[in-house]
Design a protein around this ligand. Sequence first.
Ligand code: PMP
Length: 417
Amino acid sequence: MKPMERMQGVDEETVAQWRRDFPILEERVYDAPLVYLDNGATTQKPRAVIEAERAYYEHDNANVHRGVHLLSQRATDAYEAARARIACFLNAARQEEIVYVRGTTEAINLVAQSFVRPLAKPGDEILVTAMEHHSNIVPWQMVCEQTGAVLKVVPIDESGALDVEAFERMLGERTRMAAITHVSNALGTINPIRRLVAAAHARGVPVVVDGAQAIAHVPVDVQALDCDFYAFSGHKIYGPTGIGVLYAKAERLEAMPPWQGGGDMIRTVTFEKTQYNAIPWKFEAGTPNIAGAVGLAAALDYVSGIGIEAIGAHEADLLAYATQAIQHIPQVRLIGTAPDKAGILSFVFGDVHAHDVGTIVDRCGVAVRAGHHCAMPVMQRYGVPATVRASFALYNTRGDVDALVQALTRVREVFGA
Ligand code: PMP
């Protein structure tokens, strides 16, 4: 379901209220008010998240699962309560299904190394799509090198929509994993995950979903999606950097060996034999990012307080407004026009390199991304070296879009384009 179909956009006063929650939005850059349109790379943090981390360090800081003293218990409680909060946000069946990681990249590497690598034989196949981020390509190429498995790539059409029938056809006897992004960071395409998972499961193929670009924009219910694994990063959903989540069905985690050894992931250690801890701690070797977990839980509370549907509706409104406005600029070619899209607008500007566009626009106070967005195969698919990308968050406004369009006229002036 598209966000637009669920809800109308949000009124300006409501967005103005949300904006007040984000202190960084008061920054000025080059003597202009900051217009932050690089949310696909990372989102800004509301005061609630900043405060939660500060309060943790001021009142509770200690190591988890180790001390008998009160602070250690408080830190452990906060860390485990955050896990329960995350499970609830994703509608996971059990909180043991939530593994803390550094981010999406680490989550996918964990699945690749601990789940797929031990299973894969030479000639086995791993399916990815043509719109994946490098972090959902390279870990699989590494597994292929390690095992002799082969990477298969499901094509996309010119609009950037996945060829679902090709996906279904490409699922075979030898497919060991389907690794699919929920939302493309370079194109904005939203993939029909439920349908893809059903097709994969009908052929006995497990699915890992890269949720990095979806988590802050579309409702995610892992039980409804029925995916085996779902990965996301805290920093893309108004939370801290350095903390992320791997959701995995409990039976998958139970069957997987740990991928890093160390403190906390063990039950007993002797020089002869080590007994591993229960899930999810079996996958959490070493002192974790405790403050990050606390901050992430605060971010999820913040987002839930607003409602992901309201956020999605607001961003859909911005996307529609921006798509229309930018198409009036003759030099602009949109890259990614799939029917079902999240708030990501990727484009090229005549012959001007995306980095030049990004630099000029930045001087006007507008922060956008310019480059290959860690999705070089997407760039190759469209025959461009790079794109400019504006990506929306709950605090963006139509005024931000107007500022971008205005800044693009400056690019025209500079390059005589
Ligand atoms: N997948 C996608 C679709 C992304 O957009 C990103 C971040 N740009 C990642 C994976 C990697 O996320 P992280 O760097 O937080 O691990």
